[in-house]
Write a protein that binds this ligand. Sequence first.
Ligand SMILES: [Mg+2]
Length: 380
Amino acid sequence: MKITAVETIYLKSGIRVHAGPVQYLWVRLHTDEGLSGLGETYPFPLAAQAVIHSALAGVLLGRDPSAIDKLWADMLVAVSYSGWAGAEMRAISAVDLALWDLKGKALNAPVYQLLGGASRQSIRTYNTCYDRVDFLTEPVKLAQELYDSGIRAMKIWPFDSIARQNSGQFITPEQIRAGIEPLGRIRDEFGGRMEVAMEFHGYWNLPSAIRIAHALEPLAPLWLEEMLPQDNLAAYRELKDATRTPLCLSERLMTRWGFRELLANGAASIVMPDLCWCGGLSEAKKIASAAETHYLPVAPHNCGGPLLHMASLHLAANLTNLHILESVRRHYSDEYAGLLTQLVTPVNGEFPLPPGPGLGAELDPAVLRREDVFVERSSL
Ligand SMILES: [Mg+2]
């Protein structure tokens, strides 16, 4: 089999994820045998699209798509002038997902089977609370709805608005009291029946992060996620040494080499790669294996588009050191509608194994007919 065309599909109006629309890029690899593979990345699709057509298409066209590891290595060489951790790695991530999808279709198997098979029959998940119910004003109502649907863990970020007020440079005792209140209310109502992870989006400096971490300790959050920016892992190690709460890092690190430094320095208790950013399924599997050598679990970042959701389910089905998979009920029950031909939603709070072949979903044909969709193609 030979790759005959590399197609990018850019949805200009975006999908409403997080607080507003995020623009997506899908990649389709076409072959001389009529099979195609679908990949995805985000945000800034035009940057990844430029990398795909100007640097990666030349590597891919005419090649056998089954040689995923060698194609990945050659794509890295094609972009590794200096500092490839950006649009270059997002582009490689999207192509890598498409290569796995294609391999699964060629072998008529779901991707998790190709990764080494299912390590579980259902996948534990936590809900990231970009939700119609506001975790700041109605945390107990939100937790109750999730609990009633079988979900036993959730993630909130009540310190973000304070960080924006203070540019993350200081925090007062009164602001700390306000920031911990939603978690306190959930603990009062649910005790230990609901796990709550705290997300900080990299907004804080080190002393403020330590102050917040200390204040949260009595409330036993599941983890503290990205309290600092990701560029100084020695500072993260200081934060780890200052708190007994586990740190979760980081969707912002890319490739096995980016995570190598984190694993060597010991700051993370939970490892969180994003398949559409870190280098794809290939790279996430390698990162997870490296984490396993440090006896660390993986919680894949799954807060993007619909194909990331499907691919993350395949990885989560396979990983022996899975901690828990992120998901967003507003995404899978609402915002992803009409984009893919299949979508997997939780049953009694856990995801079933995802379907195949490949990643188990195609772009809905209606997407390609939309006026806000732009397709570009490189071919043999
Ligand atoms: Mg995060």
